[in-house]
Write a protein that binds this ligand. Structure first.
Ligand code: FES
Length: 103
């Protein structure tokens, strides 16, 4: 998954927790250290991966100059979803608990 390093450059970071935490604080202004839990209806969803959207956890087009893109997913049936809020999940767009490692 693409992340942003301390200088704002995108990279494949694997588990670079510190970089990811700093990115969360500096580069992902609308990310948060918790999932967005909500009941969603069937349909197509565009999860914001860049942390710039003001309509979290969904894309509002603000990624245009970040080099990042939304993650598209289809929800087949109405259910409760925990969308990743920290933007560091390895199972994006869904929370995998990674935010607990970010401090
Ligand atoms: S606004 Fe963040 S991916 Fe589109």
């Amino acid at each position: 998954m693409t992340k942003i390093n301390d200088e704002g450059t995108t990279l494949e970071c694997g588990r670079a927790f510190e970089r990811c935490r700093q990115a969360l604080m500096k580069k992902f202004p609308y990310a948060r250290n918790a999932p967005f839990v909500m009941t969603v209806k069937p349909g197509k969803y565009a999860w914001c991966s860049c942390g710039q959207s003001k309509k979290q956890p969904f894309c509002d087009g603000s990624h245009s100059d970040t080099g990042m893109y939304p993650v598209l997913t289809v929800i087949e049936e109405e259910k409760q979803v925990a969308w990743c809020g920290c933007k560091c999940s390895e199972h994006a767009p869904f929370c995998d608990g990674m935010h607990k490692s970010l401090g």
